[in-house]
Each structure stands twice: as structure tokens, then as C-alpha cells.
Design a protein. Structure first.
Length: 134
């Protein structure tokens, strides 16, 4: 079961039939995220395998997973916001059990992103899983 925040995104995607509108929505989600402190944008938080610059910093409080993220590309920043909605507040022990591919598939992202963006999205999901397992 996805988080309520992710379900909200899925409902909005169902409402928006045009992919240009969906892309705009993803970009708006990214713009609405609080900026990541540039001091945290270091090699240790950088996600390898993304065409754009991507940083993810985990924040675990009370055994619940959360993270800050940022990118130099607007659409990727939006994808980080979608992942934040999917994983934020989930118990750390349950992060690995989330089928991100299936959940993101509900949004149709898998068939509407370029191969490079899809690879970057997979790299971000893997990074989140590794961080939660650590």
C-alpha cells in the first residue's frame, strides 16, 4: 500500500489525461519541495547512474524513513518529489518491501520517460533502498 501522499499523486495523474499536463505536474511537485542545503550536496550523497546531478540525504527519525533530495534538472527534481511521496514516513523495515516499479508504473512513468531518465529513476530507488537498509 502506497502512502497517502503518493495516492494523491496517482489520483491527480488519473485526472490529468494529457502527458504534457502530467509532466508539468511532476515539475510543479519538484518546485514545491524545500531546497536541499548545498552543504549536503557532496559526493557521499550523490546518486550515481543519473544523467543529471542528483543528491539524496536520508533522515531517519523514530524508525521512519525520510530523505532530502535535489537535482539540477527540473523534471528529475519532480521525480525526487514523487519518490519522496512514495517513501516518506514509511517504517525503515518496510522500505525494501515497496514495489517502486509497480507503484511508479501506476503513474505510467515507465513508458513516458527517456531511457536515461528511467535508468536514473531506478538508480534513485536503489539508493533509497540501500540507505534504508544501512
Amino acid at each position: 500500500m502506497a502512502t497517502p501522499a503518493f495516492e494523491d499523486i496517482a489520483e491527480t495523474f488519473d485526472f490529468l489525461e494529457d502527458w504534457e499536463d502530467r509532466y508539468r505536474h511532476v515539475i510543479e511537485l519538484g518546485k514545491a519541495m524545500p531546497p536541499m542545503d548545498p552543504a549536503l550536496q557532496v559526493p557521499a550523497t550523490k546518486v550515481e547512474g543519473c544523467a543529471s546531478q542528483v543528491w539524496i540525504m536520508p533522515m531517519i527519525e523514530g524508525q521512519r524513513f525520510d530523505f532530502q533530495g535535489d537535482s539540477d534538472a527540473l523534471i528529475v527534481r519532480g521525480l525526487i518529489a514523487v519518490l519522496h511521496a512514495l517513501y516518506s514516513g514509511v517504517p525503515v523495515a518496510e522500505v525494501a518491501g515497496i514495489d517502486a516499479h509497480a507503484e511508479l508504473g501506476r503513474l505510467g512513468l515507465d513508458s513516458h520517460l527517456s531511457a536515461q531518465r528511467s535508468n536514473g529513476l531506478r538508480a534513485m530507488v536503489e539508493r533509497i533502498r540501500v540507505l534504508a537498509a544501512a
